[in-house]
Design a protein around this ligand. Structure first.
Ligand code: AMP
Ligand code: ZN
Length: 469
């Protein structure tokens, strides 16, 4: 399967491109992380989940990965909220950083290699501003420092905005702004009484949001690395400004691939804290939804398409997962057939190939899930008929483990056997024996006991198949 090449749609070139890493066998990527002033909503988590699929897919295709995800623990929003709560910024953001990691674990999102906190990289940020100052890319106004975008001719290459000449010299102070407001942006904000500030080589103050990511990315991954990701709302101004800062300072290309996840919408509007139309993971769990159902729903639509969140969608995901779990249970508790069975090795290989082809196609998770459902359908048909040979069964279980390493949606207990299962298997065997001896009273009694334990036994041409009901 070495012929399958991993391809990503690159926002920078607006084209799908085969992925190559700058360092042989080592993929290095930077993923914009949460602003830790509140719990993440499931829109944010959709983006973090896409990045999880990205790292797991890179590993499936043989790359060693180094992923950096920053924690924005200082910006306009964190400062405002900490002030409202009447506690220090560190204390305030600590709570939400902890909550963020809990959410990642709940959604089975693998840990990145580095989670830098912005406030731990202030010296690096100040130094980056100093380099930009020396290169003539900045100016001061009051004690704040701005980036003069006219000094970087490539400004706009990611978002493809055209600069409005009439705005030359005009500037914007807030961390977030719209395309129409494209103008000189703030790198370093002058110290204010009600804001935390640091004394640095460029003076006293605090970093702007865009500066933070440039400094942390280059500190941990070097001046040039492979992939930079975020949600589509990050393309402008955040990522455009990161490119301007990093490339003007280093004179080298910053990230080669830029991948952006589309939004999770609610009734065609972006899920956002500011709109109040959001659900946190915790709220959905309190309503009784299994986190894996949420994971499944969020990955069921490829990351470059908008996903409309609905409760019907969650129920459909619940049913899809139930189908997966049922087939795995049946597979686990089916008698071994001695002949070659009704599922062939080629079916398993076709599944492995389709899974890879789907993921290689710009992380098309919908195709990967379709491949899984196709093979599960074949497994069910085989279990209803001639059964599955031990050899094919073990190849299948291996393929499922491989699939789960990337998708992370298999029920945990179903792949491996438990002691409890041995006891049930023995009861199922006793029932088969009783039926053979035409001792129907005994076989019925065993069936009742199994039913009471929530076990369903189905009689198939190759013997009884059981699952937890
Ligand atoms: P924030 O915590 O606001 O900095 O956002 C963290 C990440 O979530 C960023 O990469 C955003 O682009 C992304 N994001 C924000 N809202 C949504 C949404 N509705 N759907 C998907 N991703 C989102
Ligand atoms: Zn960022």
């Amino acid at each position: 399967m070495d012929d399958i090449r991993l391809r990503f749609y690159n926002t920078l070139t607006r084209k799908p491109e085969p992925f190559e890493s700058l360092e042989e066998g080592h993929a290095r990527f930077y993923t914009c992380g949460p602003t830790v002033y509140n719990f993440s909503h499931i829109g944010n988590l959709r983006t973090f989940l896409f990045e999880d699929i990205l790292r797991r897919t890179l590993k499936l295709f043989g790359w060693r990965v180094t992923q950096v995800m920053n924690l924005t623990d200082i910006d306009d929003k964190t400062i405002r909220s900490a002030n409202e709560a009447g506690i220090s910024l560190r204390e305030f953001t600590d709570t939400f950083i902890q909550a963020f990691f809990e959410d990642l674990d709940t959604l089975r999102i693998e840990r990145a290699e580095h989670y830098p906190r912005a406030t731990d990289y202030i010296a690096e940020m100040a130094h980056l501003v100093k380099t930009l100052e020396e290169g003539g890319h900045t100016y001061r106004s009051g004690d704040s420092i701005y980036y003069r975008i006219s000094t970087f001719p490539a400004y706009g290459k990611l978002s493809r905005i055209r600069l409005d000449k009439t705005k030359a010299g005009a500037r914007v102070d807030s961390d977030e702004y719209e395309k129409e407001d494209a103008r000189d942006f703030v790198l370093w904000k002058a110290a204010k009484e009600d804001e935390p500030s640091w004394d640095t080589e460029i003076g006293s103050g605090r970093p702007g949001w865009h500066l933070e990511c440039s400094a942390m990315a280059m500190s941990l991954l070097g001046e040039s690395f492979d992939i930079h990701t975020g949600g589509v709302d990050n393309i402008f101004p955040h990522h455009e400004n990161e490119i301007a800062q990093s490339e003007a300072a280093s004179g080298k290309p910053f990230a080669r691939f830029w991948l952006h996840a589309e939004h999770l919408n609610v009734e065609s509007e972006k899920m956002a804290k500011s709109k109040g139309n959001f659900f946190t993971l915790r709220e959905l769990i309190e309503r009784g939804y299994d986190p894996i159902v949420i994971r499944y729903l969020l990955m069921s639509v490829p990351y470059r398409q908008k996903l409309n969140f609905t409760f019907d969608g969650l129920h459909a995901a619940e049913q899809a997962l139930e189908r997966i779990a049922n087939t795995l249970r049946r597979l686990e508790h089916t008698p071994e057939v001695e002949n070659q069975g009704a599922l062939c090795q080629a079916d398993v290989e076709a599944f492995r190939r389709q899974l890879r082809e789907g993921l290689a196609d710009d992380l098309n998770t919908a195709k990967a899930l379709a491949a899984l459902h196709t093979v599960l359908h074949k497994v069910n048909t085989a279990l209803d008929g001639g059964g599955i040979s031990p050899k094919v069964r073990s190849a299948l279980l291996e393929a499922f483990t491989e699939a789960d390493n990337v998708l992370g949606i298999f029920p945990k207990q179903e792949i491996s056997e438990t002691n409890d299962d041995d006891e049930i298997q023995s009861l199922v065997n006793q029932r088969t024996e009783a039926r053979k001896n035409k001792d129907f009273a005994r076989s019925d009694a065993i069936r009742d006991e199994l039913t009471a334990r929530g076990i369903l036994v189905e009689d198939t041409p190759h013997g009884p198949v059981w699952r937890k009901g």
